[in-house]
Design a protein around this ligand. Structure first.
Ligand code: PLP
Length: 409
């Protein structure tokens, strides 16, 4: 008799976005004429940059000629893209990261989820609350947690991310020692950013404790405030304690195309039970070459074009557009008296609704026909908040603002 992995049974039954989709489709079927505006799921709306499109068209043509055809590529990614990443995202910004420390993938979600395979079953994991659910659920599936009671799993270490700490916890907030911590800045869902001093504290903590930082910088391209770090490797000592995840999804509209990468420095070690250091880069190489067959050639050519001068200007213009959307909604909500975090260096607004998340979600859905995300879906500390995304057309954003003013004004 085949047994199931019972850890899957511990996972909270109602996945947040499934529940939202259910409520939205029920409302839409009861009100077929309602023009619903979706500011819920964090998917982009603007098309790919022309420079990316042109590169992908050329790559498709490459695949159509025997001389330029590409079959299986290197599992870690083509050298042309790894070199471009190391040079543009790191070395040109003063960070010591080499091309062979970059692992190209089909997006940050898989990498954020798969990375925990490298750690022992007894690894103590710390996460923020509220949190991007992938970090939590993949550790639940792997059996590192107990059951969920009142919205929290036993054996995970939760770091409260609240207005009191500006949504950026510090190592002093750890209720018990942890072997690894997931940090995500600019943050999903709160939109908060961490200063260099705040990240440096985590790096110093990790190095002092032989712990690991799993740094998700999927939204770094939205940072506009000078001095806010785009990468954990801006902090001294991060090469010996941090893995970084990046994605072209929000940077360049690749949510459908699929490409991202993970940085695993050669200096990074984790330990055997006997205390012997093992390079995590060799483990990640083994994991990827065994279970992953690489991101497509056409996609990687598209990602490479993001770094061309035209590509850089075009993706920046699109992100500026989303940031302007965020500013418009944020200003409107603040005029209405709401306290709002995020939106300055992030596509997310985290709104204190001074009441129940799901009730507020339902009110906006039924009265304004605007879909948001209830903060409670991201963790216990998300109760009392909703997340609004800036991903939409300007016309829809303006219409959503009119409706919000009418319903909440
Ligand atoms: N990390 C965070 C914090 C995200 O919000 C997302 C997507 O929403 C991802 C990773 C996944 O990105 P990708 O599309 O590259 O899988």
């Amino acid at each position: 008799m085949i047994h199931i992995n019972e850890n899957y049974l511990k996972i909270q039954a109602s996945y947040l976005f499934t529940e939202i989709a259910h409520r939205v489709s029920r409302f839409q079927s009861e009100h077929p004429d309602a023009k619903i505006i979706r500011l819920g799921i964090g998917d982009v709306t603007e098309p790919l940059a022309p420079a990316v499109l042109a590169a992908m068209h050329r790559a498709v043509d490459d695949e159509g000629r025997r001389e330029t055809f590409h079959g299986y590529g290197p599992e870690q990614g083509y050298a042309f893209l790894r070199d471009a990443v190391a040079l543009n995202d790191y070395q040109a910004r003063g960070m010591d990261i080499a091309a062979d420390e970059i692992f190209i993938s089909d997006g940050a979600k898989c990498d954020c989820g798969n990375i925990q395979e490298l750690f022992g079953a007894d690894a103590k994991i710390a996460v923020g609350d509220p949190v991007y659910p992938v970090y939590v659920d993949t550790n639940v599936m792997a059996g590192r947690t107990g059951v969920n009671t009142d919205g929290r799993y036993a054996n995970l270490v939760y770091l409260d991310c609240t207005a009191a700490n500006g949504y950026v916890p510090s190592p002093a907030d750890l209720s018990e020692p942890a072997d690894a911590v997931y940090l995500c800045y600019p943050n999903n869902p709160t939109g908060a950013v961490a200063t260099k001093a705040q990240l440096q504290e985590w790096v110093d903590w990790a190095n002092a404790n032989k712990s690991l930082i799993l740094f998700d910088s999927a939204y770094e391209a939205f940072i506009r405030t000078p001095g806010i770090p785009h990468s954990i490797y801006e902090c001294a000592g991060a090469r010996t304690c941090a893995i970084e995840f990046r994605s072209y999804s929000k940077t360049a509209g690749f949510t459908g195309v699929r490409c991202g990468y993970t940085v695993v420095p050669k200096d990074l070690v984790a330990y055997t039970a006997a205390g012997e250091g093992v390079a995590l880069r060799s483990f990640w190489t083994r994991r990827q070459t065994t279970k992953f067959n690489g991101c497509s050639y056409v996609t990687q050519r598209g990602a490479e074009a993001v770094y061309s001068p035209e590509g850089q200007a075009q993706v920046k213009a699109t992100i500026d557009f989303y940031l302007e959307n965020a500013k418009l909604v944020k200003d409107a909500l603040m005029k209405l008296g709401y306290s709002v975090t995020g939106g300055d260096d992030s596509p997310y607004l985290w709104v204190d609704v001074k009441g129940d998340s799901w009730k507020f979600f339902d009110r906006l859905l039924t009265e304004a026909h605007v879909v948001t995300t209830p903060g409670a879906g991201f963790g216990r500390d998300g109760q009392g908040y909703i997340r609004i995304t800036a991903f939409n057309s300007r016309a829809n954003i303006e219409e959503a603002i009119v409706r919000l003013m009418r319903v909440l004004g």
